[in-house]
Design a protein around this ligand. Sequence first.
Ligand code: SAH
Ligand code: SF4
Ligand code: F3S
Length: 463
Amino acid sequence: MSSSNLKKKVFIETLGCQMNVADTERMLGLLDEIDYTQTEDREQADLAILNTCSIREHAVDKMRSYMGRWDKTRKPGSLVALAGCVPQQEGTKLASDMRTADIIIGTHNLHRLPDLVLEAERRRELNQINGIEEAFANKGVYASRPQVAEIWEELPEDIPETPIFRKTKYYAWVNVIYGCNYRCTYCIVPKTRGVQRSRPISEIVSEVQNLADEGYKEIILLGQNVDGYGLDIDTKLATLLREVHKIDGIERIKFLTSHPCDMTYELIETVAELPKVSKYFHIPIQAGNDQILKRMARRYTVARYMELINYIRKLMPDASITGDVIVGFPGETHEQFMDTVKVIQDVAYDACNTAIYSKRPFTPAAEWEDNISLAEKQERIRFLNAICTEVAEKQALRYLDKIEKVLVEGKSVRNPNRLTGRIFNNKTVNIECDPALHDKYIGAFADVRITRTNPWALRGEFV
Ligand code: SAH
Ligand code: SF4
Ligand code: F3S
C-alpha cells in the first residue's frame, strides 16, 4: 500500500438513513482500492461525495444547498460526486440539473464507483491536455465538466460483495436485505432501493465472523423491511438471528427496521429467548387510524399492531419499542390525527420519530388532494412532538437507579469529561468520566448506574 500522503483524499457527507450510512462505508472501502483515503476536511478533499436522501422534499432541498456551498469552497481541481437515493430516483437527467456534479451514481450500481471516478479523472485530464483553461480548476458551471453519470434501473442479479471501510470499531451495520416490496402510497424507497433481495445466511455469517475476529462486539442487522428477511430465499429472520447468535465474540445483536406485517410471533419469541439479542424493536406504525393506514397501503390495522406490541410486552416487559409516524397525510382529519396521538400513548414508545407528510414524485399519494394547510400540519406535529416527549420521558424513568451493561462507544462530542455508549435496550447513555480513564473504557462493556434521565438520553456513572 502506498504511504498515506501520496494517497488522494475523499470526503463523504451522508444524509438519510442507516442504508446510506452503510453505503458510505462501502464507498470508502471501494475507493481505498483506487488509493483514496478518507478525510474529514472537505476543503482539502480531491473527491467530495454527497450521499443523498429523498425521503422528503426537505432532504432534496438539502442536497441543493450543499451542492451550492460545496462548489464555492472546494479545492481547485477536485471532483464532486452525487450518490444515493436522489440520483437513483431522478436518473441521469439529474446531470443537467446539478451542473456542478462531476460524477452521478445511483444506489443499484454502487460497486461501479471506482470506475466512474477513474473515468471522471481521465476526462478532466484530457480537457487539461486539450488546453481548456477552466479544466484545471474544475470549478463552477461550464461545458467541460466531466459529468460521468451512471444509474442502473435494477440491482444486479448477484449483488457484488464490496470491501467495507467501517467508521465504527465496536459495533457494525450489516446489510441483510436490500430493497422493499411494499408500496406504501407515500414512500419513495421502493423506487430508490428496488425490490426486496436477501443475502444468503452463509454470506452474512461469514461477514459477522470476520467482524468478531476483528474485535467487533455488536452488530445491527439492517434492512428497510428487515422482518422480510429470507422470504425470497426460503428462510427467515428468526433463523438468521439464531445463526448469528452462535458467533463467539459478538455479544449484542440488533435488527431494524421492522414492518408490522412481516413481524411474526416466532420472531418475538426468538428475540425473547436469545440472550445476546437486544430487547429492542423499531416498528413504525405511521398512523393510528385504520382508514389512513388503508390509504397508506400499510396492510395492517391498529388492532394487529397492538397485538404485536402486547405480545412483546408480555414476553419482555422491559423491551424498548420505537416507532415512526407521519402527520398530515392527505385527507387526515383532526379525529384521525387524534387516533395517532392515542396510539403513541398506548404503545408507550421509548422514542418516536415524527414527520410532516411530504409529497414524493412517482408515488400514488402525490396524485391525491393535499387538503390540510401547512399551518394545520405544523400545529399537529407540534402537539404530537410534545406528546412523544412526554411519553419518552416517562418511559426513560424506568431506567433510573438501575445498573445497565453499556458498550462504551467513545467520547461524548459535547463534553470532554463524558463518554457515550448504549445500554442493552439501545438507549444512549452519557457517562461522567475523567479523560485520563477514557482509553480504559472505550470499546469495552461496563456496568453503569443510571443517575439521570431525559426523553432522549440517560446519564450515568461507572459502578
Ligand atoms: N421501511 C420503514 C420506513 C422507511 S422510511 C417502514 O416501513 O416503516 C423512514 C420513515 O420516513 C418512515 O417510517 C416514515 O415515517 C417516513 N416517511 C417516508 N416517506 C415519507 C413521506 N413521503 N413524508 C413524510 N415522511 C415519510
Ligand atoms: Fe417505504 Fe413502506 Fe417499504 Fe417502509 S415498507 S420502505 S414505508 S414502501
Ligand atoms: Fe433516505 Fe434513501 Fe434512506 S431515501 S431514508 S436514504 S433509503
